[in-house]
Design a binder for this molecule. Structure first.
Ligand code: GLC
Length: 504
């Protein structure tokens, strides 16, 4: 299981340069908690130098730590201490774009003849004036993916904010430089990368208009150019050339599982790819059955699946699914499926999104709610040294690490039991998956690996459901409501409940 940390919101110490913003030292101080929980690896969202237009996804130096988060020495210490505890560390690699304040872009903008001009995508205005094509940027409604540069009379491309100009991966020095970034962190000892918006790095040189059916959709969610595959094969070779097990998990933000599967290549592109359709799937049995079928049908033949229900870009599951009972059932689902699960920090506390008043809103993409700070203790201040940069999530006096660790019936303990059960079961970690016939409203599947077997069942309804299983007697190993664990399975699944069963 990979645990995603959004450094601004995880934990602060006195070492970062700004009060109320989390930092690397804050993360280091909580490593033992992550071990207690049962985390295998952490993914750190960007902590690099950045003007923070996109809160770190606008990088102005890929090879240094922003003073906000500490220093390279803090990073090295965090990495060492994570490794001492058996935790792997994956860092974000923002490959598609840089900050507009990156020295490369400052130089590119300084003159059409500058050394770095062709590191970015510049085009003359369309023949009648205006942007070179009809591509739309992410964030905001109907914003062109092009910004005009008065000085040179040309436009530059940005699939995200104007402060995030796209690099031109058709230009070999860009490939060299971004490989250099990978080497920099691999040499420091990281276990891999989460490659940001990596499906977007390859671009068709002609930059043709989007066709009518996708015109108006942000290009960042449709760009699927064949050139990306060759670029990813080079990345894979580079990363696999390092000793030990290193991983690249790509953010392939194409909302189509068959398309995502292509980014595994022939086992020679991404090691893992995020597949987002499940994240956008309502808590509804038929919809989820379709998702499981799609992953087993399209993705599993191409490579090992991932499961993501949450991240720093989307409302949390507790908010989307509407109740703690469902958030608990979703925990069983996430950790019972075949593939590597990603858990966004705070979901294990059952956090809801914070309500952020318009006056306090900061993110141009409207994603502040899920980025609220993690409450560590019950007392006001919740273990932070200063008032955090965003408001607390609801009910922080109850939903905080301290209170939930002291309550064995809490969702936090549910996650811990699930992770322990997973670790102890080869079937859950790596076994096959077979969907079982069930009645209305219930989804159940069998995971099996050699002699080890588990059944996972989820009741998507608010009513009790019966579930009879073939093949002998079963024992409740973990249940989302904590009831009946260790007892014989009596063929009844409670409302909004989910279970992991083992043979008796
Ligand atoms: C990815 C990140 C998101 C960011 C965007 C641009 O989608 O997850 O937070 O805004 O890329 O870097």
């Amino acid at each position: 299981m990979v645990y995603q940390i959004y450094p601004r919101s995880f934990a602060d110490s006195e070492s970062g340069s700004e009060e109320g913003v989390g930092d690397l030292e804050g993360i280091r101080r909580h490593l033992d908690h992550l071990v207690w929980l049962g985390v295998d690896a952490v993914w750190l969202s960007p902590f690099y130098r950045s003007p923070m237009a996109d809160f770190g996804y606008d990088v102005s130096d890929h090879c240094d730590v922003d003073p906000l988060f500490g220093s390279l020495a803090d990073f090295d210490r965090l990495l060492d201490e994570a490794h001492e505890r058996g935790l792997r560390v994956i860092v974000d690699w923002v490959a598609n774009h840089t900050s507009d304040r990156h020295p490369w872009f400052l130089d590119a903008r300084s003159s059409p003849d500058s050394e770095h001009r062709h590191w970015y995508v510049w085009r003359d205005p369309a023949p009648g004036g205006g942007p070179p094509n009809n591509w739309r940027a992410a964030f905001g409604a109907d914003v062109p993916a092009w910004t005009f540069d008065e000085a040179s009379g040309q436009y530059y491309l940005h699939l995200f904010l104007p402060e995030q100009p796209d690099l031109d991966w058709n230009h070999p020095p860009v490939v060299e430089a971004m490989h250099g970034v990978l080497r920099f962190w691999l040499d420091r000892g990281v276990d891999g990368f989460r490659a940001d918006a990596v499906h977007a790095i390859g671009k068709d040189r002609a930059l043709l208009d989007d066709p009518p059916d996708s015109a108006g959709t942000p290009r960042s969610s449709t760009n699927d150019d064949p050139a990306t595959h060759g670029l990813l094969r080079d990345v894979r070779r580079l990363v696999d050339g390092y000793p030990g097990e290193r991983v690249v998990v790509g953010e392939v933000y194409l909302l189509d599982t068959a398309k995502v599967a292509a980014y595994y290549g022939q086992g020679d592109e991404l090691h893992l790819a995020f597949n987002f359709p499940p994240l956008y799937t309502p808590w509804q049995v038929d919809a989820w059955r379709r998702r499981l079928d799609e992953v087993e049908g399209h993705l599993a033949p191409a490579g090992w699946p991932t499961w993501v229900l949450s991240n720093h870009d989307n409302p949390r599951p507790r908010t989307r699914y509407g109740s703690e009972a469902r958030a608990r059932a979703a925990a069983v689902l996430l950790l019972g499926l075949r593939g590597t699960p990603f858990l966004y920090a705070g979901d294990e506390l059952g956090l809801e999104d914070a309500v952020v008043e318009p006056a306090r809103a900061l993110d141009p993409g409207g994603r502040d709610g899920c980025r609220a700070p993690l409450p560590w203790t019950a007392a006001p201040g919740h273990g932070w040294h200063a008032e955090p940069w965003l408001p607390w999530p609801p009910h922080s006096r109850q939903r905080n690490v301290e209170t939930l660790r002291n309550d064995r019936t809490s969702i936090l303990h549910l996650y811990r039991r699930l992770l322990a059960a997973r670790r102890a079961s080869p079937a859950l970690v790596q076994g096959d998956m077979e969907i079982l016939p069930t009645g209305d409203g219930v989804l159940a599947w069998r995971r099996s690996d050699a002699a080890d077997v588990r059944v996972v069942a989820v009741n998507f309804t608010g009513d009790e459901r019966s579930l009879t299983l073939p093949g002998g007697r079963w024992t409740v190993e973990v249940s989302s409501d904590g009831l009946e664990e260790g007892r014989r399975w009596l063929d009844r699944l409670g409302p909004d409940a989910a279970v992991v069963l083992r043979p008796s």
